[in-house]
Design a protein around this ligand. Structure first.
Ligand code: SME
Length: 158
């Protein structure tokens, strides 16, 4: 699926009154289908205690349901407040292995300025799977989701 179509489908879910949680699940499933090189796709949400908690995901179950800020690739992205594109996780000392087959990992923050809501985390079995086009597509979904987080936070009843 192309990212334009993905965003249109998500817009339609919002227009149809879908819950925030179901929108998040649909976004993860759709991102996973964007590229056959995406072998595990999930969202980690950042909680006020500075812990990332695993939300919806597609792929094998992982032991890393809770990740502290500063730990692993996911926690480092939050600590450094930046996206991380790791071409070869075997070269990263603080990497937390989700699967022994993972070779590259992409973390794109879902943020509103300085406020980090969550992150999209993607693992691939291929080295260097995340080219500029893949990163740009995932970034578009992250920016779209940031708007949903803002809408939810301004109206917690929805
Ligand atoms: N590899 C991540 C942990 C999450 S699993 O890949 C799903 C990390 O190093 O933070």
């Amino acid at each position: 699926m192309q990212v334009d179509m993905l965003i249109s489908r998500l817009d339609a879910l919002v227009a149809g009154g879908a819950s925030f949680d179901s929108i998040l699940e649909s976004a993860v499933e759709a991102v996973h289908q964007l590229d056959p090189r995406f072998d595990w796709t999930g969202i980690y949400e950042l909680y006020p205690d500075d812990v990332l908690r695993l939300g919806p995901f597609v792929g094998s179950p992982t032991d890393h349901v809770f990740i502290g800020v500063g730990t692993g690739v996911c926690g480092t992205a939050v600590a450094e407040r930046r996206n991380l594109n790791i071409p070869d996780v075997r070269k990263v000392s603080n990497y937390l292995a989700c699967s022994t087959e993972t070779r590259s990992e992409l973390v794109i923050l879902i943020r509103s300025g300085e406020r980090i809501h969550a992150q999209i985390d993607i693992d691939s079995h291929q080295v260097g799977a995340f080219d500029d086009a893949a990163v740009a597509s995932v970034q578009r979904v992250a920016d779209w989701l940031a708007r949903r987080y803002r809408a939810r936070d301004s109206d917690p009843g929805r």
